[in-house]
Design a protein around this ligand. Structure first.
Ligand SMILES: Cc1cc2nc3c(=O)[nH]c(=O)nc-3n(C[C@H](O)[C@H](O)[C@H](O)COP(=O)(O)OP(=O)(O)OC[C@H]3O[C@@H](n4cnc5c(N)ncnc54)[C@H](O)[C@@H]3O)c2cc1C
Length: 267
């Protein structure tokens, strides 16, 4: 279903259809309006496989520059639809995205079929409320799935602005989906970053279970006077927020994209 057909058919059946799709976009489509979006041509200058179903795309705008902050997202307009994508990093006319393909012929699969040199349509103005607070105290980044994308942008900004101590927590189903593991391990070596990875459906030498289960230990080490950035699968975001609440973290210190509770409550 395209964005325009969603816009022109606001009936209950359409809303129910979208509610039954278990992804980050589902609630977003009713939360934000397409109407104010404007798109620019960008050239794909690099494609790298990050996991069996995820690729990183470096894109370069023809004329404009990207405007926005780490943690925010852009929007892609394709023949398969219009969807938001967080930005890993951006610098002037260039940005890197990381997209998981589902084999559904949607926007992600349209991108999966692209090659270096292809032109895509992208919004140059980034939006979204997941941005970095001044990095004057410890920060904990808690991600699942493709929710790692904005968190990497935030982590990068945190360390380049001399943030004192970061804990980067990332959970996935299997080891081969632990995205950017090598890069994060390098961050751990050269910056004040502690890495906590967990897989929920496979035994391995590291932690098993859901990533939020590691929070009591993290908080016993760094305390609650920190910023907590959470992004990813809506149920996991809500579970992490509940765990933080149990551990007496103030809600003012928990930063999310902001739409996940409503999506989980809608189910
Ligand atoms: C603010 C924001 C930022 C986002 N950032 C990113 C990002 O950085 N990277 C990224 O990859 N996505 C990101 N998303 C999700 C993205 O917008 C799309 O929802 C996603 O790429 C699927 O779009 P599609 O058109 O390919 O899906 P469709 O073809 O419409 O597929 C419908 C849905 O089916 C579900 N589905 C189908 N097969 C599977 C499967 N095997 N496993 C799980 N679900 C399945 C998915 O939930 C998918 O959304 C973001 C979403 C939001 C709201």
């Amino acid at each position: 279903m395209s964005a325009s057909s969603l816009r022109s058919s606001p009936g209950v059946s359409v809303l129910n259809f979208w509610r039954n799709l278990n992804q980050r976009w589902c609630f977003y489509s009713s939360y934000h309006s397409y109407i104010t979006l404007s798109f620019s041509d960008a050239n794909i200058t690099g494609i790298t496989e990050v996991s069996p179903d995820c690729k990183q795309y470096v894109v370069e705008l023809d004329e404009k520059t990207f405007e926005g902050q780490a943690g925010q997202h852009t929007v892609l307009r394709t023949p398969a639809g219009v969807k938001p994508y967080s930005v890993l990093v951006c610098d002037g006319p260039r940005a890197a995205l990381m997209i998981r393909a589902y084999g559904t012929d949607g926007v992600a699969d349209y991108m999966n079929d692209r090659e270096v040199g292809d032109t895509i349509q992208i919004q140059s103005k980034l939006t979204g409320s997941l941005t970095l607070n001044p990095p004057t105290r410890p920060a904990v980044f808690i991600g699942t799935g493709t929710g790692i994308t904005p968190l990497i942008g935030l982590l990068h900004r945190y360390v380049t602005q001399d943030g004192p101590h970061a804990v980067f927590m990332f959970g996935e189903k299997n080891r081969d989906q632990l995205l950017y593991k090598e890069m994060l391990e390098q961050y751990e070596l050269i910056h004040p970053v502690e890495l906590s990875l967990a897989v929920s459906r496979e035994d391995w030498h590291g932690q098993t279970g859901y990533i939020q289960e590691q929070l009591p230990e993290v908080i016993s080490n760094i305390g609650t006077d920190a910023d907590f950035y959470v992004c990813g699968v809506p149920k996991a975001v809500v579970a992490a927020k509940d765990k933080l609440d149990e551990l007496d973290v103030s809600s003012a210190d928990i930063h999310t994209e902001g739409w996940e509770d409503a999506q989980v409550a809608d189910w």
